[in-house]
Structure formats: structure tokens, C-alpha cells
Design a protein around this ligand. Structure first.
Ligand code: MTE
Ligand code: MO
Length: 203
């Protein structure tokens, strides 16, 4: 008889998936749930822009065409929400941070980044999390433009953390020398949000 740590793990094995791929306390979902505070913002691409600012040599504002002209890449990752769903093999298309870093030239003291989204939503990360090969400033998922609910036109996608760090409706990236808690972090969620360590809550 084979023993499983949980029902969630058994489901993976039954599908021929490696059960260790599921982080502790998570279950696998095939759907892609939608989760956010507030409403889905209306975006007009003709006036939309995204800004990179703060501890950089040269601040940058890109409109939609300028952003789409930057080199893009595809990555396929597993995403993990703190509310315990995980979705495997979601593919994203977008711009890697290194393309923006090349243009703004972060100052040596830049160690943290605050993602600024529509309606005042923010999330905070160490800059290394954005520098990772599998992180992306994404405008498409599973081969299609992001849907409005999933962050169209642009979202952050940082697969090394719980998914709340991946701000939807992204409008700015602020580089800083010091950290500052974002929206969910101020509500008691863990500052680091490493799902391998189950860093769900900050207390
Ligand atoms: N702007 C914004 N981005 C956000 C959130 C939010 O409330 N506002 N919620 C986060 C949370 S808690 C999760 S789990 C993911 C969900 O992304 P999805 O709706 O595409 O699954 O978005 C994150 N990004
Ligand atoms: Mo979440």
C-alpha cells in the first residue's frame, strides 16, 4: 500500500505528476482562479504607460508600443496562491527585468522593488526576485493576451513567491535602497512569501 501525505498529493500521483512539485499545504487546480482586492480597472492603451523610477540612473516611462518593442521571452512556471491553490505549467510572455535594467541602470544601492499597480495596489520584493530567469513583466499567458481579470495589459509574474507578490495591472516599478511592505504585507501577510517555507502570514 502506498501512503500519501495528503489527498492533494494522491491526486498528483494519479495524474503521473511528481508529488514533491506541490508545495506544502497546497492543492492542484486545473482552472485559473481570479483573486484580487477591489475591481478590475478599465484601461485605455492609448494613454496607458508604465514607469521605472527611484534608485536608477535614468528614470523611464514606456507607452504600450514602446514596451511591446522590447525583446520578449516565454517562461513556463507553476504558480502558488496563499489561499492554497497551485496551477502547474502556466506559460507567460513578456519582458524580462534585465531589458528594463539595461535602460534605467539601477544605482548600486537599489536592493528592493515596489510594484505599483492601478488603484494604489503595491507589492514589495527584493530586486533579486525580479532578476531571476523565470520572473517576467508579462502581457500574455498561455499564448493569449492577459485577460482583464488576470491583469491586462501588464502584470508582474514572480514565480519564486506566493502569487500575491505578482501585481496585476502594473503601472510602475520603484527601485529602493530600503524595503517597504506592500498592500497584502500590511494586512499581515508574510514579507518574504516563500511558498517552500510556507511563509503565509507575518505573525
Ligand atoms: N493589482 C493587484 N494585483 C494582485 C492582487 C490584487 O489584489 N491587486 N492580488 C494578488 C493575489 S492575492 C493573487 S493570488 C494573484 C492572483 O492572480 P490571478 O487573479 O491572475 O490568479 O494576483 C495578485 N496580484
Ligand atoms: Mo493570493
Amino acid at each position: 500500500m502506498t501512503l500519501f501525505r495528503s489527498k492533494a498529493e494522491r491526486k498528483l500521483v494519479e495524474r503521473g505528476l511528481d508529488p514533491t512539485r506541490l508545495p506544502p499545504g497546497q492543492y492542484l487546480t486545473e482552472k485559473w482562479p481570479v483573486l484580487h482586492a477591489g475591481t478590475v480597472p478599465a484601461t485605455d492603451l492609448s494613454t496607458w504607460d508604465v514607469r521605472v523610477f527611484g534608485a536608477v540612473e535614468r528614470e523611464l516611462t514606456l507607452n504600450w508600443e514602446e514596451l511591446k518593442r522590447l525583446p520578449s521571452r516565454d517562461v513556463t512556471v507553476d504558480i502558488h496562491c496563499v489561499t492554497r491553490w497551485s496551477r502547474f505549467d502556466t506559460s507567460f510572455t513578456g519582458v524580462h527585468w534585465s531589458e528594463l535594467a539595461r535602460l534605467v541602470r539601477p544605482k548600486p544601492e537599489a536592493r528592493y522593488v515596489i510594484a505599483h499597480a492601478e488603484q494604489g495596489f503595491t507589492s514589495n520584493l527584493p530586486l533579486e526576485a525580479l532578476e531571476a530567469d523565470d520572473a517576467l513583466i508579462a502581457y500574455a499567458a498561455d499564448g493569449q493576451p492577459l485577460t482583464p481579470e488576470h491583469g491586462w495589459p501588464l502584470r508582474l509574474m514572480v514565480p519564486s513567491r506566493y502569487f500575491w507578490k505578482s501585481a496585476k495591472w502594473l503601472r510602475g516599478l520603484e527601485l529602493r535602497s530600503n524595503d517597504q511592505p506592500g498592500f497584502w504585507e500590511r494586512y499581515g501577510y508574510h514579507n518574504d512569501a516563500d511558498y517552500r517555507k510556507e511563509q503565509r502570514y507575518g505573525f
